[in-house]
Design a binder for this molecule. Structure first.
Ligand code: NCD
Ligand code: ZN
Length: 345
């Protein structure tokens, strides 16, 4: 039985760090285990220009604990007013590594997102030309579409048309939650990949809703039924190149989660790798964990693999932290509801 696993340093291809006191509180929990992360731009107000991304990156680097070599990979929040030349300049100077598309109103802080996709066509064409990936929050926001169907409908109504009108555009479907998305990625050309979160590999909607409603499991896209989770586990563990980790670790102060109208997001960063080792071990695929967390994402983004390594060790069930204290209040750490045995040493 494997009880020790050494892999290249992992990266997180979808991370919310927020800003200010919250960022200072949560950043060490990603920097400890991950070498790089794609940093989401949904601040208030959002990060929309190259200059704003550079300033945000400087704030993150300034908040890094001594001796950590974490590299934030910045993104711009696509709006109908985004300037294609600004995107080109920021990409060419390596200030940004991707642009993020939020359909307006899809999730936390997405009000400035895109309503009319014709308005962003010029930016998408520039991105296709320079090979800059578009990260997509793949849910429609139409009030008449059921929340559990919003990903599948997005593929058909929005994503597939965008990919047809902008051939060559590199796209990451983020935090996929359904077999519709998994099938779409597998059937597409190599310029389409997908990230998968920890919670969507471990939980289904019953875990969130049966026997009482668990606000710390509420995230967007919302947890789906068990069959979808099983499909995602296969996608992550079968050695495919096209699926990789994006934790979507999304901290909110505990009082905003345990509220009448609960904020969406699971704060998984501190225990993400312990959770994933458990999932991969249960699938008999510990040997594929390195591809999923350390290799596929870097290859898709055209970045070098890390030469450094981390080691995970299996032992007695871990004592999980309940909270991380931040200057914006305590943030409840994701609890998958099952014992975890693997820890990063
Ligand atoms: C994210 C957040 O809190 O910023 N929430 C979430 O449920 N995943 C936004 C997002 O990625 O949708
Ligand atoms: Zn997110």
């Amino acid at each position: 039985m494997t009880t020790r696993l050494t892999i290249r340093t992992p990266d997180d291809w979808h991370l919310h760090l927020r800003d200010g006191a919250m960022m200072e509180g949560v950043l060490p929990h990603s920097a400890r285990h991950f070498g790089r992360a794609i940093i989401m731009p949904n601040l208030v107000p959002p990060v929309v220009t190259g200059d704003q991304a550079a300033a945000y990156r400087d704030r993150i680097l300034a908040a890094l604990p001594e001796g950590e070599s974490f590299e934030p990979l910045m993104t711009l929040y696509l709006t109908e007013a985004t300037n294609a030349e600004d995107v080109r300049r920021a990409a060419e100077s390596e200030i940004i590594r991707a642009v993020k598309l939020y359909p307006a109103g899809a999730t936390t802080n997405s009000d400035s997102g895109v309503r009319d996709f014709d308005k962003v066509r010029g930016v998408l064409e520039t991105m296709a030309e320079i090979g800059l990936p578009l990260c997509v929050h793949g849910e429609v926001t139409d009030a008449d579409i059921d929340i559990f169907d919003r990903e599948a409908v997005f593929i058909e109504r929005v994503l597939d048309p965008i990919r047809r009108t902008t051939p060559g555009l590199r796209v990451v479907m983020e935090h996929i939650t359904t077999y519709h998305a998994e099938q779409y990625v597998r059937s597409a050309e190599e310029n389409l990949a997908a990230t998968i979160t920890v919670q969507h590999l471990m939980l289904d909607r019953n875990d969130m809703l049966v026997g009482g409603m668990r606000p710390h499991y509420y995230c967007l896209p919302i947890l789906k039924r068990r069959e979808h989770r099983e499909t995602l586990v296969r996608a992550a563990t079968d050695g495919s190149d096209r699926f990789f980790l994006g934790t979507d670790s999304a901290p909110h102060p505990t009082h905003k989660k345990e509220a009448e109208c609960c904020a969406a997001g699971c704060f998984t960063a501190p225990i993400a790798l312990s959770c994933l080792a458990e999932v991969f071990e249960a699938a008999g695929a510990l040997d594929k964990l390195e591809k999923f967390v350390s290799q596929n994402g870097a290859a898709f983004y055209g970045l070098p693999q890390h030469t450094s390594e981390i080691t995970l060790e299996k032992g007695a069930p871990l004592e999980l932290p309940n909270f991380v204290e931040t200057g914006s209040g305590p943030v409840t750490v994701f609890d998958p509801g099952q014992p975890l045995h693997w820890r990063v040493v």
